[in-house]
Design a protein around this ligand. Structure first.
Ligand SMILES: Cc1ncc(COP(=O)(O)O)c(C=O)c1O
Length: 393
């Protein structure tokens, strides 16, 4: 007899990541021999630094190929705490850390161990697509807070405050933001921390793009005195060291939360790959020069992309202050060729101009698409030529 195909109810609470869907569609076209310019991918086009690769190869030769503690090796936890202390002046200890299978896994785990059905989680718009789904998966409720595009999508404490109530369990901040590249001013961030900590609300800071800031020095809200009680850091090596495929992320926060994640991991993934953990130690403790080199290149690309987008009549674009995405308002293209939504824009741009972009619906807005400029200048030029013609006709 065939097993019933009734899936668990909770899996219907989430949808396939639309960023991954665009990548899959573009990939399919490429395999059919079509010359697609891909602005969809949210990953650096640089190779992983050689010293990091060598550390992984050494790990294999040294037979560091067995289980490690589920929440990561002590060596890596120490390296994470040291790096965070050096970069931002924080004081985390290994007991206040956990290593997971990428930043996404950390975020998923944090939600799993902290949220109950009925809890509310405040998420500024535009948001990284995964927050919504991982919150929904726990049965908690997302409460979306609009930001002002004319003010560069900058989040302020005043925008958040009206949404905090007895049910609010967590506020999520992602600065620099995927998809807008907006950053939150330090005073506003501190103001939000003040508001959340006095109400006993968790403040989760997703620091995935923290080192990719075009002006000013990177900082972590976790460095504020007393912040460690209510701040949860979700960190990732994926973008900082161009290590997306290695799958190493980390959490920093109160020891009981980290040990709850450890417990969850001990029955799910177990440890992140031992070899990748050794590579991560080298990434964190070894030379850091690959980071400013990448940042300088992203800056050149950002300036080029903004300039080219501004040349397309009717397209509006805010200058991203960090990360490697541009988030233009392309609604000037609406009302023509059956295009009335970012999704229809993205489908048509892929089918007709052979350019892959991610529709704004994935990030909670209805007039934008995301362009990743983590690709070569040559590709940026080709793709923007095509987009210009596609929009301006
Ligand atoms: C805002 C943000 N946070 C976290 C992540 C997680 O990255 P990873 O799971 O590769 O560490 C990403 C990846 O795209 C991201 O854009």
């Amino acid at each position: 007899m065939q097993a019933t195909l009734d899936l668990a109810e909770r899996i219907s609470l989430i949808t396939v990541s639309s960023t991954m869907k665009v990548a899959a569609d573009a990939d399919k076209m490429r395999r059919e021999g079509i010359d697609v310019v891909d602005f969809g991918a949210g990953e650096p086009d640089f190779p992983t630094p050689d010293n990091v690769k060598r550390a992984a190869i050494d790990a294999i030769h040294n037979n560091f190929t067995k289980y490690t503690p589920a929440g990561g090796t002590m060596e890596l936890k120490q390296a994470i705490c040291e790096r965070h202390a050096k970069d931002y002046g924080t004081t985390y200890t290994p007991a206040e850390s956990v290593v997971s299978v990428g930043g996404k896994h950390v975020i998923f785990n944090l939600m799993q161990v902290l949220l109950n059905a009925g809890d509310e989680v405040v998420i500024p718009v535009p948001y990284w697509v995964t927050y919504k789904d991982v919150v929904n998966y726990t049965g908690a409720k997302c409460v979306f807070v609009d930001t002002d595009e004319d003010n560069g999508f900058k989040l302020t404490a005043a925008m958040i405050e009206p949404y905090l109530n007895d049910r609010t369990k967590m506020v999520i901040i992602n600065s620099p933001s995927n998809p807008s590249g907006a950053i939150i001013d330090r005073e506003e961030f501190e103001q939000i921390l003040h508001m959340t900590s006095k109400r006993g609300i968790w403040l989760m800071t997703d620091e995935c793009y923290c080192r990719f800031l075009y002006d000013g020095d990177p900082y972590s809200i976790a460095s504020v005195k007393g912040a460690k009680d209510t701040v949860l850091v979700a960190g990732s090596l994926s973008k900082t060291y161009s290590m997306t495929g290695w799958r190493i992320g980390f959490g920093l926060g109160p020891a009981p939360v980290m040990s709850a994640i450890n417990k969850l991991q001990s029955h799910s993934t177990s440890n992140p790959t031992s070899i990748a953990q050794k590579a991560a130690v080298e990434a964190l403790r070894g030379p850091q020069d690959s980071v400013p080199i990448m940042l300088a290149e992203y800056r050149k690309r950002r300036d080029f992309v903004i300039d080219r987008l501004r040349q397309i009549p009717g397209v509006k674009i805010q200058v991203p202050a960090g990360a490697f995405y541009a988030y233009p308002d392309i609604s000037v293209a609406f009302g023509k060729n059956g295009i009335n939504t970012p999704m229809q824009f993205a489908e048509n741009a892929l089918a007709k101009a052979h350019v892959a972009v991610v529709p704004g619906e994935a990030f909670g807005t209805d007039r934008h698409v995301r362009i990743s400029y983590a690709t070569s200048m040559k590709e940026l030029k080709r793709g923007l030529d095509r987009l210009h013609t596609f929009i301006a006709g």
